[in-house]
Ligand binder design. Structure first.
Ligand code: S3P
Length: 436
């Protein structure tokens, strides 16, 4: 494989397998939250193993712009934070490409006196913000932006919040988290009622920081209750990101002769849905070295012939970020795979229904978009054709294309490879290191 400007070119990898051990980068969701919680906590926190992507760098800089003292020393970031240290920033905060960054920061900003302006790149400028503006206004913040506050830049005037009970109309951990971060500085209790539960990092990490928070699960849903109060500083060791590990798990599952071990992956609530789907498809996957306290495990994945499946309903939020790469697994499976109830794909870094279908079609795979997902017709393990794909600036489409390239019989060019710096700058190097 070779990099030319913004294009990664793969020669056909026929006969080459992936073998060895890899540690995916620090989990992106945990990294954002670790920095924000450390910024709010009263005293000095240490965070190890943060994601080295651009998204998390932007959040780290935002926490410093809000008044916390943030120092980098090797793999460790030391944050001296506290509620009274934080204040309105002097300049506009740039979140880059990060939807998690802008929505969680909106929640933190709602708890601060003064004005915080949040903006990002051209992808962020198209992403819906009314989902956080509506509940934060209900708590007493003023939130404005383009189109009545539904598009960035966002202008948040915070302070003097009161608790609320909020039922997000779409399942979203980002919305839940924005409301909970605001709730830390509100008068009275804040409750979020989710019809379908989403990733639980904010609840887990706030509880670890001493917040008065409780979670009760009913069926597929959950109710989170939070009382306002200070947070304690601590030591946070960020686990490896399951959404990044998923690229390697799928790569091992579809490339004959492969066996990879992904180390120290977070497999807790709302993140391991892709493992269940792959197992249902007949994948050879095993967990070991489980650590119940950190909710981590090593994942061993070996090549095997896959079968198509249906992915829909309440399992979708737990694997929404993995759909582009699961679609590559579907292309190598026997028979069709349908992803439904996943309209959220249309408002990610790109419209991932369209960009995933375009990526697969460019490599000769039959794929059809739908309003709320897509159907992929698998070729039963036959190599894909090869061709040129475009990331559209979306890191996950670029990396899913690279996984597909492993099973193509002709060269593959991935345009827009630079987008991978968002979440996984070392992706190509890691692929090289385990190709044999
Ligand atoms: C995230 C939540 C999900 C996910 C995103 C990260 C988070 O988004 O797709 O990549 O860290 O809270 P939604 O909350 O919009 O579903």
């Amino acid at each position: 494989m070779s990099l030319h400007d913004d294009q990664l070119v793969f020669e056909p990898a026929a006969g080459r397998a992936l073998r060895g051990h890899l540690r995916a980068p620090g989990d992106k969701s945990v990294s954002h939250r670790a920095l924000l919680i450390a910024g709010l906590a009263e005293g000095r926190s240490r965070v190890r193993g943060l994601s080295d992507g651009e998204d998390v760098r932007h959040t780290r800089e935002a926490v410093a712009a809000l008044g916390a003292v943030v120092e980098l020393s090797g793999r460790e970031v030391v944050v001296e934070g506290g509620r009274d240290k934080l204040h309105e920033p002097e300049a506009v905060i740039d979140v880059g490409n990060s939807g998690t960054g802008i929505r969680l920061l909106a929640g933190v900003a709602a708890g601060l006196d003064g004005i915080t302006v949040l903006q990002g790149d051209s992808s962020i400028a198209r992403r819906p913000m009314d989902r956080v503006a509506v509940p934060l206004r209900a708590m007493g913040a003023s939130v404005d932006g383009r189109r009545g506050g539904s598009l960035p830049p966002l202008v948040v005037r915070g302070g003097h919040l009161h608790g609320t009970e909020y039922r997000p109309p779409v399942p979203s951990a980002q919305v839940k988290s924005a409301v909970l971060f605001a709730g830390l500085s509100a008068q009275g209790e804040t409750t979020v009622v989710e019809e379908v539960g989403t990733r639980a990092h904010t609840e887990e990490m706030l509880a670890a920081a001493g917040a008065a928070i409780s979670v009760s699960r009913q069926g597929t849903g959950a109710t989170v209750r939070l009382a306002p109060g200070p947070l304690s500083p601590g030591e946070i060791e960020v686990p490896a990101d399951p959404s990044q590990a998923a690229f390697w798990v799928v790569a091992a599952c579809v490339t004959p002769g492969s066996e990879l071990v992904l180390e120290d992956v977070y497999v807790g609530h709302g993140r391991a849905g892709f493992l269940e789907v792959l197992t249902r498809m007949g994948a050879d996957i095993e967990l070991s070295d489980e650590d119940p306290a950190r909710r981590t495990a090593n994942i061993r994945a070996r090549y095997s012939q896959l079968e198509g499946t249906d992915v829909r309903g309440s399992e979708v939020p737990s694997l929404i970020d993995e759909i582009p790469v699961l679609a590559v697994a579907a292309a190598m499976a026997e028979g069709p795979t349908t992803f439904a109830d996943a309209a959220e794909l249309r408002v990610k870094e790109t419209d991932r229904v369209e960009t995933t279908v375009a990526m697969l079609r460019a490599l000769g795979v039959a794929a059809e978009p739908a309003a709320d997902g897509l159907t992929v017709v698998g070729g039963g393990g036959r190599p894909l054709a090869g061709g040129t794909t475009g990331s559209g600036g979306d890191h996950r489409i670029a990396m899913a294309s690279a996984v597909a390239a492993l099973v193509c019989s002709a060269p593959v060019t991935v345009r827009g490879w630079a987008s991978t710096t968002t979440s996984y700058p070392a992706f190509a190097k890691d692929m090289q290191s385990c190709l044999c």
